[in-house]
Design a protein around this ligand. Structure first.
Ligand SMILES: C[S@@+](CC[C@H](N)C(=O)[O-])C[C@H]1O[C@@H](n2cnc3c(N)ncnc32)[C@H](O)[C@@H]1O
Length: 356
């Protein structure tokens, strides 16, 4: 444990909030012209990010190790969704200075500090274990209320007390963890409770949802380097991970319906097995492992933006655009520029803005 730092131990998908906070803090330090969040930097300094000895689920620990080891800014660029949310939130707040803004699945997100006008009412909603951590690291300031409930629990809608000047919601890295019917129920619940309100969120498409095809967001000439770096980071995780995490991963692999299985339970066995999988099999493996990791539910991905209106004709699509649209490219490296351009062209990650 790092001296004086807080070790955040969270099970399930909640631990993924650490990657998001870390990503925003790193981006702020490395590319402040793209995005800057002083509060995220401050908060991030308080956290012991060594997940290798903790009991967070293997996938979260692996992803995090990969993002930190493969020292490529592309791994943190996804957190630029926050910049897109900020722009939309600021416009809404300018028109509705006393609005209620709800940060759904807030984790340790600090958007409030970036967009506050001194008048809005802000709500950060997340699961009780996360809200406990949030309270410990970042006590509720004035005009901010933390709500310790599941986003699927309609009970939280009644906790929003100030709706007279409109309701604006953001949901970053949130909806992809649920299955389609849960996401549909969630939007119906919002339309019932916040008519006229708006929500901005990120939505990955089927393409962005797979690790193999995620690699396709890198321009072809970068893929082999990325893949090699990725495997190296995975190996590094393996070497440090507690045995129970390795066992969990091996158990999940044993349950897969793949034509082949690793010959043993050591790193070399897993690596040899992974290397011989075809492109399509590899994609299925990652998808099935992700599903097993989340306890068997499907992973919602955006197919067609008109689906929201089909679910409920009170919902109107105000905008849909690729994640990096309008993010200035002039101050970043050529690789980053290519990555953003390529990602936007592939349509893997999108920002959606709806009116309820
Ligand atoms: C990838 S993190 C994103 C956190 C934050 N929005 C950000 O951008 O930093 C996913 C978040 O979803 C939260 N979450 C997962 N299931 C949830 C649920 N049923 N209700 C509310 N939050 C949930 C997790 O606890 C976690 O904080």
């Amino acid at each position: 444990m790092q001296q004086g730092k807080v070790k955040v131990t969270l099970g399930g998908i909640s631990a993924s909030m650490l990657s998001c906070l870390w990503g925003r803090a790193q981006l702020s330090k490395e590319y402040s012209s793209l995005f800057y969040d002083a509060k995220a930097v401050e908060l991030s300094e308080k956290i012991d990010y060594d997940l290798s000895t903790s009991d967070v689920p293997p996938f979260v620990a692996i992803w995090f190790n990969i993002s930190r080891k493969v020292n490529r800014p592309e791994f943190r660029l996804g957190t630029l969704r926050a910049k897109q949310f900020d722009d939309r939130a600021k416009v809404y707040i300018a028109e509705h200075p006393h609005a209620s803004v709800i940060n759904i699945a807030a984790g340790l997100d600090t958007t409030f500090y970036r967009v506050d006008n001194g008048l809005i009412h802000w709500y950060d909603l997340d699961l009780p274990a996360v809200i406990d951590v949030r309270r410990q690291l970042l006590p509720e300031p004035d005009r901010v209320t933390y709500i310790a409930k599941s986003l699927l629990d309609p009970g939280w809608c009644k906790d929003i007390k100030h709706t007279e000047d409109g309701v604006f919601m953001i949901a970053g890295g949130a909806l992809g963890w649920f299955d389609k019917s849960e996401v549909e129920q969630f939007f119906l619940m919002l339309a019932d409770n916040f008519p006229g309100g708006e929500i901005v969120f990120d939505a990955i498409s089927r393409l962005g949802g797979s690790l193999r095809t995620w690699m396709d967001m890198f321009p072809p000439e970068q893929r082999e380097t990325m893949r090699a770096a990725w495997m190296e980071a995975l190996k590094d995780w393996w070497e440090k991970a507690p045995q129970n995490q390795k066992d969990k991963l091996n158990d999940m692999i044993a349950e897969l319906k793949t034509p082949t299985k690793p010959n043993g339970k050591e790193w070399s066995d897993l690596e040899a097995w992974w290397d011989q999988l075809g492109e399509k099999e590899g994609e299925e493996v990652v998808r099935d492992l992700m599903t097993a990791f989340r306890g068997g539910t499907g992973m919602w991905a955006l197919e067609d933006v008109n689906e929201f209106t089909r679910w409920d004709n009170r919902i109107a699509v105000l905008d849909q655009f690729p994640l990096y649209r309008n993010i200035p490219r002039d101050s970043v490296s050529a690789d980053m520029r290519r990555f953003m351009d390529y990602s936007d062209k592939s349509g893997g990650s999108n920002i959606i803005h709806l009116r309820l």
